[in-house]
Design a protein around this ligand. Structure first.
Ligand SMILES: [Mg+2]
Ligand SMILES: [Zn+2]
Length: 179
């Protein structure tokens, strides 16, 4: 079994003062690549789980979303950081689907696909709904922002979160993955 750092996207990896519907609207946070590189090197699978209801609502297409994610991976790769998998809920926010956070569906899907040990994995997000999805899936949780929150740790940004995860999960005893 593997352990993963499952990251929300908007407000965690990239800025989200405005919705990101096109690749050129994606701007990484300054220390995001460094954070992901740290997680890569520590043997965590790095996954992104993102609510993208804008697809269901018609603000962007599935192709736009794919292009945004290609761009994100490209920008991260330039700084030596790797995202191993991305899952998105593209349903309308009112659809009642099992994947839109705070529901844990995307985390369970990742766990099945990658044989994840969820109790040794981490969900990182900037909203309560991210923390709730993590708790419902049985992961540890990191909230980026100032609390109060139910998360196991409150971080300033993704690098702070990654440093805590590596400290906290360093001794889990699970086999490390090849970086
Ligand atoms: Mg977010
Ligand atoms: Zn969904």
């Amino acid at each position: 079994m593997k352990r993963a750092a499952i990251l929300d996207r908007d407000g965690v990896i990239n800025r989200n003062e405005r919705p990101v519907n096109r690749p050129d609207e994606l701007v990484l946070f300054p220390r995001a690549a460094e954070a992901i590189r740290l997680l890569n090197g520590a043997g965590f699978l790095v996954c992104v789980a993102t609510n993208q209801g804008g697809v269901g609502l018609g603000y962007m297409s599935e192709a736009d979303l794919k292009a945004v994610h290609r761009r994100m991976c490209e920008l991260l790769a330039r700084e030596g950081a790797r995202v191993d998998d991305i899952v998105a809920c593209t349903h309308r926010p009112d659809a009642g689907c099992p994947c839109r956070k705070p529901k844990p569906g995307m985390l369970f899907a990742l766990a099945r696909r990658h044989d994840l040990h969820l109790a040794a994995s981490y969900m990182v997000g900037d909203r309560d709904t991210d923390v709730q999805a993590g708790l419902a899936a049985g992961t540890k949780t990191v909230f980026i922002g100032t609390g109060p929150s139910e998360a196991h740790y409150e971080a300033r940004d993704l690098l702070d979160a990654a440093e805590w995860i590596v400290r906290d999960g360093g001794g889990s005893g699970l086999p490390r993955q090849d970086p």
